[in-house]
Design a protein around this ligand. Structure first.
Ligand SMILES: NC(=O)c1ccc[n+]([C@@H]2O[C@H](COP(=O)([O-])OP(=O)(O)OC[C@H]3O[C@@H](n4cnc5c(N)ncnc54)[C@H](O)[C@@H]3O)[C@@H](O)[C@H]2O)c1
Length: 312
């Protein structure tokens, strides 16, 4: 890695996440991105990137010249050795299967330089286990992007039981340079930080519906019209200090024993899945959804995110 600066990024698995992640790095004029193409259909990653960029140009967030620059900085190759020969940083976004990820990194080691960093975009799997087949496990780090990666700022940078501090710091620097908001996760635990928080809330939300306390739409209203509104400005730890740790203690002393603490998925959730009520995919989940409502939900989320992130 010339003078310790990361310049060349290689992306494996240019699907939903990989194509967006390639786009994020290529948007940085200092970086060059190589996408490894394993199957012919993966060439469509450029269409996915073009569609994302069209949203950004339409909103005036990016110019046509900037978009051209992004495409100029991306190279596609079907040659594995060529894909990683100059790589400073490899990121895999291949399917969520332990053996696939372990074997990919193992196969790359003899083809890469000794100081090439291996990052995995796993959603939930152990980074320590993913690095297990590597000769140099200290080079492996978790970089958990959120979907859509070209919009959501957070990337959880996860230290495995082996990741070196140098690899962790270089990864943090790279992500900042690419305009992301990386956070350090000091322990390799399932769900890292943000998904642990998110699913603690979902478990309680589903339980409230299951117990008949409120229906699904009402649960969402309770969030959207109260703490959900202020969350981007006031998140739990600051909020706890704001109201006082003493008040937080009093509330928790009373309420925690009443909250859902099951370590299994809810029976109601299982029942929905068994009945084929899969949500947007089938038109019914906890609520019924028409095709127009599904489109409206997806469109309004994208509009909201662009407004919140770019003020456009
Ligand atoms: N989808 C999300 O919201 C999300 C969010 C965060 C993290 N992730 C994680 O990112 C990774 C990719 O998820 P995705 O949703 O982009 O998947 P995807 O199915 O859209 O893309 C997977 C890519 O891997 C390629 N691929 C398939 N089999 C392969 C193999 N054997 N070897 C190499 N490449 C192979 C596919 O052709 C495709 O390009 C997973 O680990 C997933 O858990 C997903």
């Amino acid at each position: 890695m010339e003078s310790n600066i990361i310049r060349n990024i290689t992306v494996f698995g240019p699907g939903m996440m990989g194509s967006g992640i390639a786009q994020v790095f290529a948007a940085c004029p200092d970086l060059r991105v190589t996408i490894f193409i394993r199957e012919k259909f993966e060439y469509d990653c450029m269409d996915k990137i073009a569609a994302n960029l069209a949203v950004l140009t339409e909103k005036g967030i990016m110019t046509d010249g900037e978009v051209e620059g992004i495409f100029d900085r991306i190279t596609l190759t079907e040659d594995l050795a060529e894909a990683v020969r100059d790589a400073d940083f490899v990121i895999e976004c291949i399917p969520e299967k332990m053996e696939l990820k372990q074997d990919l990194f193992k196969s790359l080691e003899p083809l890469c330089r000794k100081d090439t960093i291996f990052a995995t975009n796993t959603s939930v799997m152990s980074i320590t286990e993913i690095s297990e087949k590597c000769g140099d496990k200290a080079r492996v780090v978790g970089t958990h992007f959120w979907n859509p990666p070209y919009l959501i700022p957070l990337v959880e940078v996860v230290k495995s039981g082996y990741t070196s501090d140098d690899v962790l710091e270089k990864t943090m620097e790279l992500l900042k340079k690419a305009g992301k908001h990386p956070i350090k996760v000091n322990k390799d635990v399932p769900g890292f930080v943000a998904n642990r928080l998110q699913h603690a809330l979902w478990r309680e939300a589903i339980s409230i519906v299951e117990r008949g306390i409120a229906d699904a739409a009402t649960v969402d209203e309770a969030v959207k019209f109260s703490f959900g509104l202020r969350l981007p400005k006031l998140a739990p730890m600051e909020n706890s200090d704001m109201v006082g740790t003493d008040l937080t203690l009093s509330i928790h002393s009373y309420i925690l024993k009443h909250l859902e603490n099951s370590t299994e998925p809810s029976p109601l959730l299982r029942e929905k899945v068994e009945k084929g009520e899969l949500g947007f995919k089938s038109g019914e989940g906890f609520q019924k959804w028409t095709a127009e409502e599904i489109k409206e939900s997806n469109d309004s989320l994208r509009e909201y995110l662009i407004k919140a992130i770019y003020n456009k």
